[in-house]
Write a protein that binds this ligand. Sequence first.
Ligand SMILES: NC(=O)c1ccc[n+]([C@@H]2O[C@H](COP(=O)([O-])OP(=O)(O)OC[C@H]3O[C@@H](n4cnc5c(N)ncnc54)[C@H](O)[C@@H]3O)[C@@H](O)[C@H]2O)c1
Length: 362
Amino acid sequence: MIIGVPKEIKIGETRVSMTPSLCRRCVTLGARVLVQKAAGITAGYTDAEYRAAGATIMGEPARIWRAADLILKVKEPLPSEYPLLRDEQAIFTYLHLAAGAELAKLLLKKRILGIAYETVEGADGSFPLLKPMSQIAGRLSIQVGAYFLQSQHGGSGMLLGGIPGTMPGHVVVVGAGNSGAHAVQMAVGMGARVTVLDLDTRKLEALDMEYRGRVVTLMSNPANLENEVGDADLLIGAVLIPAAKAPTVVTRKMISRMRPGSVIVDIAIDQGGCIEAIRPTSHEKPVYTDQGVIHYAVPNMPALVGRTSTMGLTQATEPYVAMLVRKGIDDALGEHQGLARGVNTENGKIIYPAVAKALGFS
Ligand SMILES: NC(=O)c1ccc[n+]([C@@H]2O[C@H](COP(=O)([O-])OP(=O)(O)OC[C@H]3O[C@@H](n4cnc5c(N)ncnc54)[C@H](O)[C@@H]3O)[C@@H](O)[C@H]2O)c1
């Protein structure tokens, strides 16, 4: 099997889909690995390290895309990469097709086997390849939010932890899953007042037990959301309905009651966002202001910490990549149900029901 590792081209992206260590494992298992020149440099991995691990370094991305049986990436292919995808090629990456109709059409037209990291399933129904990036995005959301709350960055000038004798900032986290729980952990660590809302009482119970009253847990319903959002200095959107477009949970009316200079970080933007009318931003221009509130909606937040993110991502993908190499793509998908759940497109069809529904195919 030939595996292609192109350099990521999304704005501000710093991750790479394969470390030299994973490369060595694939080569040992019999794969040929083609790595684009400087693909790993922003994550701290040099071409020399990949070469020493058995990779062939190539300067021209088109040659990699043409030769590879399996393209291993981090982010979804972007329009400039569309012509590079070969008919019936396999690609293993984050696809986020529910919010990407144009890409979905292309994958169908070219009959691409699209295996999405985000829908690969663990034995317990969890999403092991989404988890590490969600944890990172959750932790970063508080760091980023605190930055934009600073006066010089247009924020309200609220220090999340306050000081003795002043009110700490109020962080409201909507969604208590992987990203939400890690946002809560960082917000507590910074000394903020923290409220978290979810529909799943088990998630709320776990946080209640863990923080023993230090965090307020609330059922996510319009009345609770209206009260909490209006009082938030920093609002984190962290909801997910697997593979579906994110539901709009926070309305513009709720946001209109937030204090000027407050900040919203919508982590769920990669699935369309859970804040009404939010639009994606990029690392080049990460925020815009609407109704006096700063909106941050970068779909690839983990790129802010390329080294940690690459390590976190590849330690999760490694068993699946190794399985694809060892058994071959068809057998690996045939034998491993969890990996097969990652298949979003195959033979010109959308395979994953929630993606098909989100795109109006069912
Ligand atoms: N922007 C980025 O860079 C980035 C990085 C990683 C992950 N993400 C995205 O973050 C989102 C969250 O991922 P996750 O791994 O934390 O998901 P998760 O499944 O672990 O958690 C999502 C939570 O949302 C809850 N939820 C669903 N509907 C809700 C509602 N109406 N109100 C309140 N809670 C609700 C669920 O019960 C669940 O607990 C996903 O869209 C994921 O793709 C974005």
